[in-house]
Design a protein around this ligand. Structure first.
Ligand code: BDR
Ligand code: CA
Length: 306
């Protein structure tokens, strides 16, 4: 079976690092490129983190640096959740820059997509700035994109604002471009992420599952996405889980729009389950997840890594 070609657009980020590991060590996915974007911490920090984890994983995947700020709005990070460096808690070796491309993220994505024999799946697990820039600058890439499977948005409440999730709320204008782009799109939102929990008994097993498990265990001590005691939220792994085990989810096909002008709700994803907006469907939304199966899948996936 051919491996499915994907590009991960990311802001590592502790949950990003774990999601990337699962994708890199899966037998079904071929990670062609990592692109970085300002999100959890600054662009320089997330790019450095991407290089650090690839060195640790001993994986030769090219990295391209993308946008250092949202399209229009000022940048605010999430270092309160992921620590000042974005990935505190583990002593990574210093990476060199040999995987860092000279091309920027948008040009690198264009090249990889157009060169690919098989349509590429984009997997954004960060603010959508790079993806919006790609689709607007090089619309011809759409011909060879299979689908966009993103972690972002929410069908209920938010984590950056009352109603807005961090990845969408950081760059709502970019998110709107992506949701409106006409490509098949899957949204794994915050509210399924709240249920994609790694419970204390799962965390306790991680150090025995190999080097990546040990790394995850150490990073999780510093991760503020939930709590070590009540469960850690594996937001970004939800997008990878959809690719590898879609049967974990209850899905609904619907219209998702992004609020841009609300004085308190900008960046809210309006998951229009009742057709109020009168717009055509543009997304499949993960509405629920089988928590037990997710935990099992997560531990098995980490055990498959080095
Ligand atoms: C998203 O925000 C980031 O902090 C996480 O990495 C995830 O991508 C959750 O809202
Ligand atoms: Ca992320």
């Amino acid at each position: 079976m051919n491996k499915r070609p994907i590009i991960i657009d990311t802001d590592p980020g502790i949950d990003d690092a774990v999601a990337i590991a699962i994708a890199l060590f899966s037998e079904e996915l071929d990670v062609k490129l990592l692109t970085t974007v300002a999100g959890n911490v600054s662009l320089d920090k997330v790019t450095y983190n991407a290089l650090r984890i690839l060195k640790f994983f001993r994986k030769e995947v090219p990295v391209a640096k993308g946008a250092d700020a949202p399209l229009i709005r000022p940048f605010t990070d999430a270092s309160n959740v992921h620590g000042q460096s974005g990935m505190e808690g583990f002593d990574f070796e210093e990476p060199d820059d040999h995987l860092l491309l000279k091309e920027n993220a948008v040009d690198a994505m264009r090249r990889v997509i157009l060169e690919s024999e098989e349509p590429v799946t984009l997997v954004p697990i960060a603010p959508l700035t790079n993806i919006a820039l790609l689709l607007k600058t090089y619309p011809e890439v759409k011909e060879n994109i299979r689908e966009i499977v993103l972690m972002g948005g929410s069908a209920s409440r938010g984590n950056k604002g009352v109603m807005s999730e961090f990845n969408v709320a950081t760059d709502p204008e970019a998110a709107k471009i992506v949701f409106d782009c006409g490509l098949p799109l899957v949204m794994a939102g915050l509210d399924v992420g709240w249920k994609a929990l790694v419970l204390p008994e799962d965390s306790a097993k991680l150090p025995q599952l190999g080097e990546v498990g040990r790394m995850a265990y150490c990073l999780f001590q510093k991760y503020r996405g939930g709590s070590m005691k009540t469960g850690l939220k594996m937001y970004d792994s939800c997008a990878i889980a959809y690719l590898l085990k879609p049967e974990l989810y209850e899905m609904v096909e619907t219209c998702v729009d992004v609020e841009l002008s609300g004085s308190m709700t900008a960046g809210c994803t309006l998951v229009d389950l009742k057709g109020y907006l009168g717009k055509p469907n543009n997304a499949k939304v993960c509405m629920d997840i089988d928590q037990e199966l997710f935990r099992k899948w997560f531990l098995e996936s980490i055990a498959r890594c080095i």
